[in-house]
Design a protein around this ligand. Structure first.
Ligand code: UT7
Length: 328
């Protein structure tokens, strides 16, 4: 059996920024309310005129990852693309990304949608495909244009989200130190109505529902509580099942949805500030892109180095949750 290691990372965020104050043009809100409840100060918004879509943003991030991994595009032998909003119904965004990267080896391309947790789900699948010898270099991206389904009149939800893309190349490793130790994936369908977007798909296509502007439905407080509980539970389980002391974790990268959620989980493990990666203030919740973006920023800031232990955890619609422990 092989092991896998991260050989390249990259991220891309659109230039356009909506600060909390900018949102006042759409509805009654304040910077104080948003910062106090979420820690978010601004978010990036994709621009169709600049050709910013899930696949194109992912291409920018992936090119950066390929460069860092010192790989050619055709070295990629599988693409896993996590997104809550594809460019088209079909073909999938992974296929569009293959084209944008100039990959001509006809590698397999698969989209994954597990909402905000999708990128860790995809990393888990990629790790298995490398461990069993099927592939050598898998491109795993999370790329999201949440602004394309945000209802900009709904102040209780749209303030939370932003756009961006993160990419990671997971490669077969001959280095025993770097590896993925374990991941835990879960979904609690009894809570599926707590965070749901019904419009725009088979049951409620837009043309049937255009009179109803409601898009994302969310029971914010229920999601908040479930997020803290599930992420803390999964982190405790993964540390216990891998015999890892919490002090051994060098960097903790939780889903960037809300600063209060991040702090509540980090407090349970007494992780000091310098071990917790936070960028939610800049980008808000970019759904399945939050963790790969934060990972690349952590590396660029020198907060993570080879042989460090990295704990990643996330939650989202489903309600799903996913946690992964790796040695970088
Ligand atoms: O990936 C998963 C994504 N989802 C999440 O992470 C959501 C988790 N939940 C949360 O982060 C919090 O529940 C929220 C930040 C969404 C909301 O915070 P809250 O403390 O649960 O506030 P609330 O929904 O109870 O609203 C309190 C008040 C309400 O006014 P009234 O009814 O008390 O008069 C809202 O109408 O705040 C009002 N409000 C706002 N005021 C100014 C709601 N949104 C806004 C806003 N600006 N943007």
């Amino acid at each position: 059996m092989y092991t896998s290691k991260i050989t390249g990372t990259g991220h891309f965020v659109p230039e356009k920024i909506y600060t909390n104050n900018d949102l006042k043009q759409f509805f009654d809100t304040s910077d104080e309310w948003i910062v106090e409840r979420t820690g978010i100060k601004e978010r990036r918004i994709s621009d169709a005129e600049k050709n910013e879509f899930p696949s194109t943003m992912a291409a920018h991030a992936s090119k950066m990852a390929l460069k860092k991994a010192n790989l050619e595009a055709n070295d990629i032998d599988f693409i896993l693309f996590s997104s809550t909003m594809s460019d088209y119904n079909f073909p999938n965004s992974a296929t569009l990304l293959q084209d944008l990267l100039g990959i001509t080896n006809h590698c397999g391309c698969l989209d994954v949608n597990s909402a905000c947790t999708g990128w860790i789900y995809a990393m888990t699948m990629a790790n298995s495909l490398i461990e069993n010898g099927t592939y050598k270099n898998i491109l795993v991206v999370g790329s999201e244009t949440t602004s394309s389904y945000n209802n900009w009149l709904d102040r209780s939800k749209c303030v939370l989200f932003g756009d961006g893309a993160g990419a990671v190349i997971l490669s077969r490793s001959d280095n025993e130190t770097s590896k993925i130790h374990k991941s835990i994936l879960s979904s609690d369908s009894t809570k599926k109505d707590d965070l749901i977007k019904k419009t725009g798909m088979a049951r409620k296509p837009f043309f049937v529902d255009k009179e109803n502007p409601e898009m994302v439905e969310m029971n914010g407080q229920a999601v908040f509580k479930a997020a803290v509980k599930t992420m803390a539970h999964q982190c405790a389980s993964i540390l216990e099942e891998t015999n890892t002391a919490k002090e051994e974790v060098d960097l903790f990268i939780p889903h960037q949805a809300n600063l209060r959620i991040i702090e509540a989980v980090a407090r349970r493990f007494e992780f000091p500030n310098e071990k917790v990666m936070i960028n939610v203030q800049k980008y808000a919740n970019t759904s399945s892109a939050t963790i790969p973006i934060a990972l690349n920023e952590a590396l660029e800031a020198g907060r993570l180095k080879r042989a460090d232990k990295l704990l990643l955890t996330t939650f989202g619609s489903g309600l799903t949750s996913a946690t992964l422990l790796l040695t970088y």
